[in-house]
Design a protein around this ligand. Sequence first.
Ligand SMILES: [Zn+2]
Length: 86
Amino acid sequence: MNQRPVLRRCVACKKLIDRKKLWKVTKDYRDGVVLENGMGRSAYLCPNETCLEDAWKRKRLQRALRSRVELSLVEVLRNRLDHCHD
Ligand SMILES: [Zn+2]
């Protein structure tokens, strides 16, 4: 079977990208907004600074998830970016 990648749209740049390459942010029905896992409404974001900052400043994640997004979540993602540089 030919496995086609599942494409998802980044909430910041609106590009369609392989879901596996994107960060997934989910509004879990129990735990609130979480990364990677969780059940509920999801938003996707390119793992780069431009999309992360754009999503935060323009409240794109909040809008996509229809929920409050804590700065701490964005900081977790920023930390992941820092680790990617080495
Ligand atoms: Zn993007």
